[in-house]
Design a protein around this ligand. Sequence first.
Ligand code: ADE
Length: 277
Amino acid sequence: MRIDVVSIFPEYLAPLRLSLLGRAQTDGILELEVHDLREFTSDRHRTVDDTPYGGGAGMVMKPEPWALALEAVLAAQTARRHPGQGDARQGDPRQSDPPTLIVPSPAGEVFTQSLAYELAEEPTLAFACGRYEGIDERVLEWAAPRFRVRPVSLGDYVLNGGEVAVMAMVEAIGRLLPGVVGNPESLVEESHSDGLLEYPVYTKPSSWRGLDVPEVLLSGNHGRIAKWRREQQLRRTASRRPELLEGVDASQFSGGEREVLRELGYGVDDSGRLARA
Ligand code: ADE
């Protein structure tokens, strides 16, 4: 996968060169290009912002450098998405299969594990990091025929800019690429992979400061362990994120699991979905 990030703080993205994602880049699984928006300005001060039309606090990012930066990204990604077609499609606003452009914003759709899975299937992704009060809205309009534009929020809180959100999203997406996480099993049994939170985990010593590892995990009985872990997932999800269980198709749960869910206050409605009693 190729990922292009445009930011006025390219150094902010440096940690994406470390650890598993760093190795993915060395191994050729992930190609990450970070572009400095100021390289696409033409004035002496490398200006990227100006005052907002209509007044109000703060500054707005100017459209001109953004269009030039995104055109450069598009050119690089088109070659990657359509190898062997030369420059014929470069900048063609009518692309049938436009690359996805993620615009991190607290006003976007919320980033989830399911969106991470969806984006991990793409051959290329672009991220446009806004700062200040945001990017001139016309940039998104201009980009719409060229990219599949998706404003995406990390959650219901406000960051100073898109960079931290991009780090979170690129890590969540990058670790799903085949070969990035050594043991792919660990992607299966983690929080959100099946709509539930992960079960608690323990390691040696079995007794520590008066606290013992649950006996079942020392039993060697794989059936009992799997059942206990699933029950822990249900209990943890009901306690910490009850809304994740609401409306879920109940047929995926065994009789024993439904018994646990009943104890946790969930019944099954007429359409076979979980509902809090
Ligand atoms: N930029 C500022 N706040 C943000 C958020 N919550 N998610 C994504 N990008 C942002």
